[in-house]
Design a protein around this ligand. Structure first.
Ligand SMILES: C[S@@+](CC[C@H](N)C(=O)[O-])C[C@H]1O[C@@H](n2cnc3c(N)ncnc32)[C@H](O)[C@@H]1O
Length: 315
């Protein structure tokens, strides 16, 4: 049964709430069976899609779905990735701990919870997050290969756990690359500092809000993933403009943003309260133009899931 606060509304408009009741039936069935098996993922996704359609059509209020999601998650799925996203320990769903858990494929130890985490990690969005780490690595490869003699300076905006930095430097100890990492969350900075301790001389950390502070150096590569899709268009343009000014001639700014093609969107929004500004390629291009980028300096790329787009602006 959905939580008490909802039951009265549901009994008055039972047919409207049908997609939520179906979701509830399915989740309870799967919970009783010890979590979803891979063969059940398609049914779960379809049921989520129907619920998403009802919310988009305003037949069911998003707040009602959120009340439901919090209730069922806290009662049966405490400790799962889903409950961690909903819990917003550091203020929002995609905090550095969740991102780190996605990179390292963390799953609950308890078998009945573990299956839910395997379902979480199997989805397109977490895959896209892992793929964007590989995308950053490829960028670092190509930028540093183009400068065999000169050091490469990289600004990593909203660096989170900095696992991407750690992995690349450990794999490429001979490359002269220096990172400035900015993050507004002190726990993210502390965690990232530990991960990057073996090569601390190559990485500088700034515990700052990038909307108020950007290190005033020049960079060949400015990278930001997992930040711009939380920003409104206005703030997007403001920050992109600021990042373009610290990018050296010949360098580039690369900004990740979830695309409007995100098969995990209903799961993220309805069971994780993880809401992003999904943007199309054209929209990203328009925002770059608004920030003052020349039309021929803009390029849009993507990772294999096509969920994470990457706006490149060449300077
Ligand atoms: C989704 S995580 C992405 C982390 C990292 N870029 C990655 O992809 O692995 C977003 C990070 O942005 C940071 N953040 C959010 N708003 C910020 C701001 N205004 N200034 C600096 N960091 C910010 C958060 O603290 C968090 O660590």
């Amino acid at each position: 049964m959905p939580p008490l606060v909802l039951q009265e509304r549901i009994s008055a408009r039972k047919s409207d709430f049908e997609p939520l009741l179906q979701m509830d039936d399915l989740l309870r069935e799967l919970i009783a069976a010890g979590g979803p098996m891979p063969t059940e993922y398609a049914l779960l996704n379809r049921t989520l899609r129907q619920l998403g359609d009802a919310v988009r059509a305003k037949v069911i209020a998003r707040d009602d779905v959120m009340a439901y999601a919090h209730d069922i998650t806290s009662r049966y799925l405490d400790g799962t990735m889903q409950s961690r996203a909903l819990g917003k320990k550091h203020g929002y769903s995609g905090d550095f701990e969740i991102i780190e858990a996605i990179y390292t494929l963390q799953t609950a130890q308890e078998p009945h919870l573990r299956r839910w985490d395997l379902y979480f990690h199997s989805q397109a969005a977490p895959n896209a997050v892992r793929n964007r780490k590989a995308y950053f690595h490829q960028l670092l490869n190509s930028h540093s290969a183009g400068r065999p003699k000169a050091p490469l300076n990289v600004l990593n905006v909203a660096s989170g756990p900095a696992r991407d930095v750690r992995e690349w430097v450990l794999d490429n100890p001979e490359r002269e690359v220096f990172f400035d990492c900015v993050d507004a969350e002190i726990h993210a900075i502390e965690h990232a500092k530990k991960l990057c301790a073996p090569f601390a001389k190559r990485v500088e950390f700034y515990h700052r809000n990038v909307l108020r502070f950007i290190p005033a150096k020049g960079y060949e590569l400015v990278w930001s993933a997992g930040l711009f899709d939380y920003l409104t268009d206005r703030t997007f343009v403001y920050l992109l403009k600021a990042l373009m000014t610290v990018t050296k001639r010949g360098g580039e700014v690369v900004v990740g943003n979830f695309s409007d093609f995100n098969p995990s969107r209903d799961y993220m929004e309805l069971l994780g309260d993880w809401v992003l500004h999904h943007r199309t390629r054209d929209h990203l291009r328009e925002l770059a133009l608004e920030a003052g980028a020349a039309a021929d300096s803009i390029e849009i790329q993507w990772e294999p899931e096509e969920v994470n787009l990457f706006l490149h602006v060449r300077r």
